[in-house]
Design a protein around this ligand. Sequence first.
Ligand code: SAH
Length: 463
Amino acid sequence: MLLTLTLTRPPATDLGYLLHKHPERVQRFELPFGAAHVFYPEATEERTTAALLLDVDPVGLVRRGVRFARLDQYVNDRPYVASSFLSVALSRVLGTALAGTCNARPELPDALLPLEARLAVVPIAGGEEIARRVFEPLGYRLDLVQHPLDEQFPEWGAGRYFTLRLRGEVRLRDLLTHLYVLVPVLDAQKHYWIGRDEVDKLLARGEGWLGSHPHRELIVNRYLKHQRPLAREALEQLLADEEPAPDEELEERAAEEEAVEEPMRLNEKRHGAVVAALRAAGARSVLDLGCGNGKLLRALLEDPRFERVVGVDVSHAALQTAHDRLRLDRMPPRRRERIELFQTALTYRDRRLEGFDAAALVEVVEHLDAPRLRSFERVVFGHARPKTVVVTTPNREYNAKFEGLPAGELRHRDHRFEWTRAELEAWAGAVAGAHGYGVRFVPVGPEDAELGPPTQMAVFDRA
Ligand code: SAH
């Protein structure tokens, strides 16, 4: 199997520095499964190409007891295709470039360069669409050529083997990292046993890009070969940054907040107000973003005009609680079809959030610190763009009226802020203006003449 990397901006021979491999030498590296050769088919000012040729020794592999998930012994495709062997070779042979180190030209690793990678041959389980899903969100342009199963017998149809070309303006180390993780994702097999340390490897190599990849679940599942406990662990850790607090603590804190607000049954009033706003908007498909234990979802399911109800949360435990309280396992099929739950962080773009009539965020925004609030605005109002967005949040002015809440304290220890009415109006007005929405404000709960209502609600409508 052959990987070529091409740099097309002068002086293109910089590629030699970046890879720590001299353009005029042919080098050979011994690897546990064969040998790798590095050489330069072309090295001019305008265009330099480095080639990494992997020579996998199938007989040696079998002798050394390397096991395949499906062992075809002496007749298998491993020597000829790019697979997880490529990842091993990348880290052994191009480890310095992968780490982004270049002593000779320290500025090069951080430069965005017009780079091209060509891989022949890659097996892609799932074909072209899978390749596009994993590489395109990272900004690559793709060309794929599918090879027939057998050139002599075209009637046998197309095989699962492709020549893959990726082009982009990227840092070399990112390109190598993406290949390291994603080439084995394309392939259905891995040449070694998958264990816990694979989770760590994936998280280390995925740092900075995998968490925000719209198809991170597909990537994690395939990389870990569909071993569910490992995949779940990896996804949790990927999103861990966003996880607000350990889950028992979360429950405890929610209970504190309820204790403050309980006497006026504020939670029910909020859900009632949100459902009313969603009905008035004529929404048929609704997202509950930060659904927590699923109380709003239950209220939405009660009304058949909400044909599709989707709850998401960053906390796996919250989703599990919602799943149990809604009794999803025992729900009649007609009702079950209308609801879906999944884990995501509202601070990362997720295509699954697109195409809905409406989204509700009930007591969620105050859990986001300033930088996360900015990302959330982009994700919800910029990318997901439901027609209607309903946001509820505490009105801080009203806190003075809560007995049992010491002056100046917030209702919940995890709240990053609680807004006054003027502050919500300022935030919502700016967000609406920036993303092409109109916004109006609705009080929720018994209104005090001076302090306003305990909960405030902003209803955004896309212009
Ligand atoms: N909407 C629910 C829960 C509110 S508590 C209700 O009204 O009862 C806030 C919820 O937001 C928690 O479940 C928390 O896990 C979730 N959350 C906090 N930050 C998040 C983020 N960045 N992405 C997704 N969910 C988040």
